[in-house]
Design a protein around this ligand. Structure first.
Ligand SMILES: Nc1ncnc2c1ncn2[C@@H]1O[C@H](COP(=O)(O)OP(=O)(O)OP(=O)(O)O)[C@@H](O)[C@H]1O
Ligand SMILES: [Mg+2]
Length: 452
């Protein structure tokens, strides 16, 4: 295995700790047996953070990726196979399950796991509608008095196209459902809007037209247990594919935390204002939320506006925020999943580290279009100090090489005492890891360095 994966030094500590805690994989060993569902950079970050907790005994990742197999048990199963999950939870004495991806949350995997009586971080299908239907989110925001952009929802693209006559450009076109971060078009002209309405995913099913807002964006994730809301460190991500925020929207090309747009010390207050009312509205409807609720925010001249909610950790936000959460993260999530968040936080208030993190995403050729895959990844063993490689879409080929397995291949996550230091390190790392067709944005956190 030597040389194939990077950062062996980083894993050494984890391996050593785990050897002490569980010499063999032993179901009866004290500590938490964790299950992480998904196999991208976000799930890597979750598992990596859990692995650094003394309370954790085992971690299973389903389906995982090539990097996760370094320090978790990766199981090649479909994470939405409910009968298999039920059996696995019993057979492996799982205590804590984290539903990583939006598709799994929307498929109701949180509900299925909760039936086993274990601690589950991931909302019910009904509560997660706040992510998988943007028109439902707008309805809820209106009900809860959350400031957001003016919008109109239509049963299909045809109806939206007719209504365009009453709209003025620029206008934002949004598919109602999940679209892997690729369902939004910011149209500068009405022709562009009409074109977006004629192209997938906006041309099938419910669709929204929205007023364009101007301002600085921030991502705020919070732990939500019914009406209890605990803010996590704020972050910023970069959604457009190319430098200078040009090109199509992607799943996310990079991120950093903390940010001057939404400083750490304002996070809880903003969460009380823009996330808690949604949690309360969902509880009132009889569909209380239990999991991570993420608000995509924009700071406009008129104040904060909510662009959207997501029903899980952000990807790449998790990569730069989870390393900043101090204390025993596994115990924190365990308490959330059991419905004891308020009690836990009263005893163990959440603390954020002062370190800065930057994530530069290395992408495969042609992403966000269908990516070119299968190329070997080299250089992971040459990462500088304070730089981690959080695997995204990686897999092993028949000969055991780590190869490109999808669009967002690798997150180069670096830390520093300042944003500038973290950024320099992340880019030094991004240069050392290579594969054919690799591309990445060169301006992640650049503006932040200028204003910080
Ligand atoms: N009303 C708006 N005004 C200006 N920009 C917008 C607006 N709505 C969306 N955007 C831009 O498009 C991006 C994606 O929008 P949104 O977050 O609603 O989509 P999404 O596909 O659900 O994203 P994610 O992958 O984060 O879940 C936003 O981050 C923002 O940059
Ligand atoms: Mg979304």
């Amino acid at each position: 295995m030597k040389g194939l994966f990077g950062g062996e030094a980083v894993y050494k500590k984890i391996w050593e700790q785990r050897k002490q805690r569980s010499p063999r994989r032993s179901a009866g060993a004290p500590g938490l047996n964790c299950l992480v569902l998904g196999g991208g950079g976000r799930e890597y970050a979750i598992a990596w953070r859990l692995a650094n907790c003394n309370s954790v005994t085992t971690i299973d990742a389903v389906p995982g990726n090539a990097g996760l197999s370094l320090f978790t048990r990766v199981i090649d199963q479909s994470p939405d196979n409910v009968s298999w999950l039920d059996e696995h939870v019993l057979a492996s004495f799982i205590d804590l399950a984290i539903v990583g991806t939006d598709e799994l949350v929307a498929a109701g995997i949180g509900d299925a796991l909760r039936r086993s009586g274990i601690s589950v971080v991931g909302p019910s299908k009904d509560a997660s509608k706040v992510e998988w239907s943007k028109s439902f989110a707008k309805e809820l925001m209106a009900e809860a008095g959350i400031p957001t952009s003016r919008s109109e929802s239509f049963a299909d693209a045809g109806a939206a196209k007719e209504a365009l006559a009453h709209w003025r450009a620029p206008v934002v076109v949004k598919a109602d459902g999940l679209a892997l971060g690729k369902g939004v078009t910011v149209a500068r002209t009405l022709e562009e809007a009409a074109e977006a309405l004629a192209t997938p995913p906006a041309n099938s099913g419910r669709v929204l037209l929205e007023e364009l807002l101007e301002g600085e964006e921030a991502s705020l994730q919070a732990l939500v247990d019914g009406e209890v809301v605990v803010a996590l460190p704020p972050a910023r991500d970069h959604k457009r594919a190319h430098d200078g925020d040009t090109g199509p929207n992607t799943g996310g090309m990079g991120a950093f935390s903390p940010t001057v747009v939404l400083p750490d010390d304002q996070a809880q207050a903003v969460a009380e204002e823009l996330i808690a009312p949604i949690a309360a509205a969902l509880a009132k409807r009889g569909t209380p939320y239990r999991g991570v609720l993420y608000a995509g925010l924009m700071k406009t001249a008129a104040g904060w506006r909510v662009l959207e909610y997501n029903a899980r950790f952000g990807d790449p936000e998790a990569e730069v925020t989870l390393p900043r959460i101090e204390g025993d993260f596994a115990k924190l999530l365990f308490a959330l999943g059991e419905g004891r968040l308020a009690e836990y936080i009263a005893a163990e208030p959440i603390r954020f580290s002062k370190r800065h993190y930057v994530d530069v995403v290395l992408c495969a050729e042609n992403y966000p279009g269908p990516p070119k895959t299968g190329m070997p990844i080299v250089g992971l063993d040459r990462l500088p100090e304070n730089v981690l490689a959080f695997h995204g879409a990686t897999k092993r080929n028949a000969t055991g090489d780590v190869v490109v397995g999808g669009g967002r291949v690798m997150h180069i996550v670096a830390s520093g005492d300042s944003i500038a230091e973290a950024r320099d390190r992340a880019y030094a790392g991004a240069e050392r890891v290579s594969f054919e067709g690799k591309f990445y944005r060169s301006d992640i956190a650049q503006q932040e360095v200028a204003v910080a």
